[in-house]
Design a protein around this ligand. Structure first.
Ligand SMILES: *Cc1c(COP(=O)(O)O)cnc(C)c1O
Length: 501
């Protein structure tokens, strides 16, 4: 009988946050990030301000890499560009050894500019034009085919007479893990035989070489067992593809999706309790592959495209209170109404100290915090307060009623000019933020030695208008769109029109 290699089990600490039911002592606060005072960061770089911790980025990467590499002989992480493609962030992960995972031509260009050779780029997503596919093929990128149209296009490119080498591809598949919604938008169905039909077809296509299978089952997957399912399916597909005549499958790609220590709306458990450790994900994935892979054959390479779990906790947003308000709360359903319906006497009205609630307006809006639609970052004051925390509404600064950053955060009494720190916000907020009525803020990274590096300037008028054009008939005086201070004496289009009246 084959003896399985010994794998040390992952031990999870079932800890919890220190409990303080009476909220005694000072309210929790975040006055510094990696030893740098929040007040100093704001003084030097303005507010709002995104702050990234290089130490946390590297620590997370190493923790994740170690969890997998101690259980599996051939592991390679690929940094998911769309999770955060600030070049400084990408370069930290590349320095740590991650290759690049991209989902568009734009991201492909970015990875190349960051010095990543084509052969170290995993190319995902449904949007791949002929031009970028040709380039990716020429540069030896790992193309993960999403759909039949893409496969046929690749077949066409591969059969061009000037092509010397076959194009190496992998198939993206989706499956029902039984625990999460099925992401059927991407790839081929692995459960109903579609993926294998596609394998049969591509084995007939000259110039294409199947090298692997890819599944990205979703994001913020809190149940590591979902990966047992996807790893099982990937191994099964690899072995069946080989039986159908494919060359030995070189790699399995389990995508991303590990949860960060963020908290979902309506998530009861704290992130410390709910978010699995990298060890638990690694155990689920590596155990499954090592046990399902034929004994005696060397294991395929394992690719991971972990995004949010590597970057989320490294990111903070500092924001400043610009106004203090009170927010009237809808009265709770009245018991007296019920009593009246039954002809009973009314009760004395309850004291209504919950009738309204403190509210703060901060200088950041949901345009910077797209992910707050799903997650609840902690919101802490930047100064130590001895005040008792009270449920406080946090309004963003946009002129839209939906711009509420948090309905209710426990905060001590804060005043105009005080800072709050939101955390974790490192995943997806930068890449999904949009410019709307304000300039998007600067981004800094605190280096390992505590030096603060500007990694993205705050936007300005010139940057925001750079791509705009004003047709000549709307600009009869040839005013430059960018009015410098010296231009301000010139008449505005509105004023000059008035003068004609
Ligand atoms: C977005 C994405 C990832 C990263 O997902 P996370 O949930 O952030 O880990 C990885 N692979 C693919 C194909 C993706 O689209």
């Amino acid at each position: 009988m084959n003896r399985l290699p010994y794998l040390s089990p992952a031990i999870q600490r079932v800890g919890s946050e220190p409990c303080n039911p009476f909220r005694l002592g000072s309210a929790p606060c975040c006055s510094e990030i990696d030893g740098v005072a929040v007040s100093r960061l704001v003084r030097e770089h303005g507010s709002p301000l995104f702050v990234f911790s290089e130490a946390t980025l590297r620590a997370k990467y190493r923790e994740a890499h170690r969890a997998f590499s101690r259980r599996y002989p051939d592991v390679q992480f690929a940094w998911s560009y769309k999770t955060n493609y600030l070049n400084a962030i990408c370069r930290v992960f590349h320095e740590e050894g991650a290759i690049a995972e991209v989902v568009s031509e734009f991201e492909y260009d970015k990875a190349r500019q960051n010095g990543i050779p084509g052969r170290d780029i995993i190319f995902n997503g449904p949007l791949k034009s002929r031009e970028i596919l040709e380039r990716a093929a020429n540069e030896g990128a790992m193309i993960q085919v999403d759909n039949l149209d893409e496969l046929l296009l690749l077949g066409e490119i591969a059969s061009q007479p000037d092509r010397a080498k076959p194009i190496a591809i992998a198939l993206r598949v989706y499956l029902d893990t039984g625990t999460h919604a099925v992401w059927s938008k991407f790839g081929f169905n692995a459960d109903n035989g579609e993926a294998l039909r596609v394998v049969r077809r591509l084995l007939q296509m000259p110039g294409l070489k199947l090298q692997g299978f890819h599944a990205h089952i979703g994001t913020f997957i809190l149940d590591p067992d979902a990966y047992r399912k996807s790893a099982t399916v990937l191994v099964r597909l690899a072995l069946e593809a080989e039986r159908l005549g494919a060359e030995p499958i070189r790699y399995l790609n389990v995508g991303g999706g590990f949860a960060s220590r963020a908290r979902l709306h309506y998530q009861y458990l704290s992130p410390e309790q709910a978010t699995p450790s990298f060890d638990r994900y690694a155990e689920a994935i590596c155990d499954t592959i090592t046990q399902a892979w034929p004994a005696g054959r060397s294991l395929p390479r394992l690719y991971l495209e972990t995004g949010r779990a590597l970057v989320d906790e490294a990111g903070y947003l500092i924001s400043t209170v610009v106004a203090v308000k009170r927010r009237p709360m809808a009265p709770a359903p009245s018991l007296n109404g019920v009593l009246a319906a039954y002809g009973k006497a009314a009760l004395a009205p309850a004291p209504s100290h919950e009738a309204d609630r403190p509210a703060l307006v901060i200088d950041a809006g949901i345009n910077l915090l797209y992910t707050t639609a799903w997650y609840l970052p902690s919101i802490l004051p930047a100064k130590a307060c001895v005040d008792v925390s009270a449920p406080t509404t946090i309004y963003g600064c946009l002129c839209m009623n939906i711009d509420v950053i948090r309905e209710e955060a426990p905060l001590p009494g804060l005043t105009t000019g005080d800072q709050v720190v939101l955390h974790p916000v490192g995943a997806y907020n930068i890449t999904q933020s949009m410019q709307f009525i304000t300039y998007r803020p600067a981004v800094v990274m605190i280096g390992l030695n505590g030096a603060v590096h500007l990694i993205r300037h705050r936007e300005n008028l010139e940057y925001v208008q750079e791509l705009e054009k004003v047709p000549d008939h709307l600009n009869p005086h040839g005013l430059k769109l960018m009015a410098s201070v010296d231009d301000t004496h010139m008449s505005s289009p509105v004023l000059s029109r008035r003068s004609h009246l």
